[in-house]
Design a protein around this ligand. Sequence first.
Ligand SMILES: Cc1cc2nc3c(=O)[nH]c(=O)nc-3n(C[C@H](O)[C@H](O)[C@H](O)COP(=O)(O)OP(=O)(O)OC[C@H]3O[C@@H](n4cnc5c(N)ncnc54)[C@H](O)[C@@H]3O)c2cc1C
Length: 408
Amino acid sequence: MTRILVVGCGFAGATVARELADAGWEVDMIDQRSHIAGNAFDEIDCNGIRIHRYGPHLFHTSNKRVIDWIARFGEFVTYEHRVQARLPDGRCVVLPINRATINDVFGVTLNDSEAVRAFLLTQAVDIAHPANAAEYLATKVGVILSDLFFRPYTRKMWGLDLEDLDASVVKRIPLRYDNEDRYFPGETYQVMPRLGYTRLFEVILDHPCIRVCLNQSFDASMLRGYVHCFNSMPIDAFFDYRIGRLPYRSIRFHHHTVRFDYGCGSAATINFTDAGPLTRETDWTRIQGHVVRQGPSKTITREEPCDYSENNHERYYPVKTSDGRYQVLYSRYKALAAAVANVSFIGRCGTYQYLDMHQVISQSLAHVSAWIDQRRSSGSVKGSPLSSSSEPSGRFACTPNIGLSAGS
Ligand SMILES: Cc1cc2nc3c(=O)[nH]c(=O)nc-3n(C[C@H](O)[C@H](O)[C@H](O)COP(=O)(O)OP(=O)(O)OC[C@H]3O[C@@H](n4cnc5c(N)ncnc54)[C@H](O)[C@@H]3O)c2cc1C
């Protein structure tokens, strides 16, 4: 028996599937959605604009192993993302907060990084051990900037007050003392797939040992007939929510057609810091390669966060509260998973953590190569491409490979 089941056709599942196939295993992939590429799925809309159905996905990494791996499957173009914040009074300023932002907000003229550090020290609150996001931000930027940029935004994004949010969530947000306005300046590779993510996934999955079956939800009975299952579905759903539900924030995406000359400035994304329901707006035409056919109109997308139960159970962001209660619940699910020998949980929902795409690829590469090595050292015979192994006893039939499958 050489077949392996992979649940989920996002970056986690696709990375694992391709590595297994290259090592000679036969892989059946399923996804409950009608398309591959998971949350990175993109498509060209009626305005001729490439849009990402689940929000803007910017590829950035300094991990050479990841970029070398992904570059095997398509061409990439350089794209450096920039974001602005629209303040409640309508002014737009640079985000993440940098020297220009501070000068604009406070009406001061700080000329260098040292002046910015000194100024922020006058704002910062001294808290020895910040216990939550509010306290962490107070120690870094002080209460004025925190209340302006982060308090209403956090409430609408997470449905939580800063005091209830774990500090690790806001630690991801950089703070700049110079005038750097790129969103990911520290990353060596800031790129986008030239023909889009969906095409990239088509190439990753185009392998004679990979079969893809869309519109197919996981069912435990599918495990019969497979030597192993790599599973990127939500771990609590796998266990039928036996010990409780792991919450997620979700986002409703509102796509609007506007005149091509709508908007100003150079930022592709504008974050709204006011107390309204929307968090941000993306102008796809400002992302390299996203105007596929230019016409009189273009598409912009606005995001409205909500609980995942209010959005068809679309799970986007694992919730991290300052008391850590959901991480404790996840660790209990992880313990249950450790007892299921033939299933590995992978990806964002399988491991209940927010991960960027490069992190998912990196973790999946490490995970699957350890699994392949372990099988080899335990004397298991690897599968051989196109070998005629027994059919799985699951209840579905997969197409031979993604090049032949519909719906993508
Ligand atoms: C709004 C938003 C913006 C983001 N922006 C960026 C960004 O700019 N840069 C970046 O690096 N990362 C970004 N990310 C993160 C990125 O989406 C993830 O790193 C990546 O999608 C994780 O891949 P995955 O395979 O773990 O999960 P997913 O892409 O979610 O794939 C999991 C797949 O499993 C399927 N599935 C789930 N349950 C079942 C089931 N029971 N049966 C069958 N199939 C199932 C789902 O349909 C899904 O297609 C963003 C995420 C969001 C939500």
